[in-house]
Structures are given as C-alpha cells and as structure tokens.
Design a protein around this ligand. Structure first.
Ligand code: PGA
Length: 254
C-alpha cells in the first residue's frame, strides 16, 4: 500500500486479560507478526498486565500502549496512574477519551485536552478518540460533533505535539456492535478530520497525522477500510483479544 503515513494498528484490550492470559496473547502475536515491518503494531493491555507484557515484547516489533492516564503528574489522586508510571514499563502510547470513558466516567473534551498535554510532557504519544453516536449521525450532526470534539480535545497542542498525536475516529454506533462504518463513511469522516487539521495546524501537520478507524474492525473488513486514502490504521477492540483475528487484521492491512 502506497501511503506516506505508516499504518498504525492498535489493540485495545479494554478490561480483559489476566496477566497469564495477556502473556498467552502477546506471545502468540509475537510469533505471528514477527516479520511485519510495514505497520506499527501496538497492544494496550490493562494496567495490571503492563509490566509482564512489557518484558515479553522486548526485542520485538510490538509496542506498548495504555488505555488511560491521569492528567496530573503526581500526588493525592487515589486510584489514578501517572504518565511517569507508564514510562517505567516502556509504554509509548496512551489511549485518551475513548467513548466508553466519555460515557461512563463522564470525561470531557477539556479533561482529555489536559491529559493529552500531560502525555506529551512525558513523551507519550496520545491516541485521542472521537466519534458520533447513532442519534447524532441520524440527526446529520456528525461533522459538528467531530469538530466540537477536535476543538476541545486538542486545545493547547502545539503543531509539533499534534504531529506526534494519533487520532482515532470511532463512531460510537460501530463499537462492539459488529456493525462497522462502511469504507465510504470512514473515508468521509477521516477526510473531514484532516481538513480540520489543515485549517488549525497547517497542511504539513495535517498530512502527517495518522488517523485510525475504530469500531468493529475484523479480518474481513480491514483491507477495505485500510485502503481508504485517509485511513491510516485501526483501533481494534473485540478482535484484538485473539491471536488469530488481530494478526489477520494486521496482515490483511498490508
Ligand atoms: P470494537 O471496539 O473493535 O470491539 O468495536 C473498538 C474500540 O472500542 O476501540
């Protein structure tokens, strides 16, 4: 595939996998994906498995991501995890503002923007999730919602930080439902996001930012989705929990 942006495919394991299960999965992925150089491959285990998964992927082509982090650097924030703590396990990426956190933890665009700045301050690359609900899409509000989320969640980022940020377009109605966006719907949203980036950060930055698609990505739809000109990878939930399906998604995307 001939895109100047390298594809980045990340597995969001959500609240799944004990340490033993996480090691089984990641060791399987290491075997299956050892020869893949064309794609940045990232796994995002739960916090409790970061330490062991980090050791297991040393000397492999698999990189580590976390699913969330605190906006604060240190201090009295019971139950929170700081960026420096993630760095101890060689975490490179952190998912921020996933729709499940926006919905269940009431995370706001403001909070996500503060977390993104904290991530950059620690040299972690944020994967910032945005996407409309079914109700918003049916009301013709998709672009307005994306614009509001982009404006809010990326507030305060410098152009240099923006280039080191990954965006994930994840229509809420496609997450965990088996109903993925069509490649046309994904491409239209990604092109809108890139135009917005171009207006705010300039053409060069907009051309460099990688935009993942997320929402019911499977081995059977990965190739078509990834072949869209503005789709630069995938954020995969359910299908990232098995060696076969995640490695087939990666292989089918090349
Ligand atoms: P899904 O989840 O692949 O299970 O739809 C995607 C996500 O939530 O990132």
């Amino acid at each position: 595939m001939n895109k100047d942006r390298k594809l980045i495919i990340a597995g969001n394991w959500k609240m799944n996998k004990t340490v033993a299960e996480a090691l089984d999965l990641v060791n399987g992925l290491k075997r299956e994906l050892a020869n893949v150089k064309e794609v940045d491959i990232v796994v995002c285990p739960p916090f409790t498995a970061l330490s062991e998964v980090s050791k297991a992927i040393l000397d492999s082509n698999i990189r580590l991501g976390a699913q969330n982090m605190s906006e604060h650097a240190v201090g009295a924030y019971t139950g929170e995890i700081a960026a420096v703590m993630l760095k101890e396990f060689s975490v490179r990426y952190v998912i921020l503002g996933h729709s499940e956190r926006r919905q269940y933890q009431k995370e706001s665009n403001d909070l996500i923007a503060r977390k993104a700045l904290a991530a950059h301050a620690a040299a972690l690359k944020p994967i910032i999730c945005i996407g409309e609900t079914l109700q918003e899409r049916e009301a013709g509000r998709t672009e307005a919602v994306l614009e509001e989320q982009l404006t809010g969640s990326l507030a305060g980022l410098s152009p240099e930080q923006m280039e080191e940020t990954i965006l994930a377009y994840e229509p809420v109605w496609a997450i965990g439902t088996g109903r993925n966006a069509t490649s046309e719907q994904a491409q239209a949203a990604h092109a809108f996001i890139r135009r917005w980036l171009s207006t705010k950060f300039g053409d060069t930055v907009a051309r460099r930012v990688r935009i993942q698609y997320g929402g019911s990505v499977k081995p059977s739809n990965a190739r078509e989705l990834m072949s869209q000109p503005d789709v630069d990878g995938a954020l995969v939930g359910g299908a990232s929990l098995e060696v076969r399906s995640f490695s087939d998604i990666v292989k089918n995307s090349i």
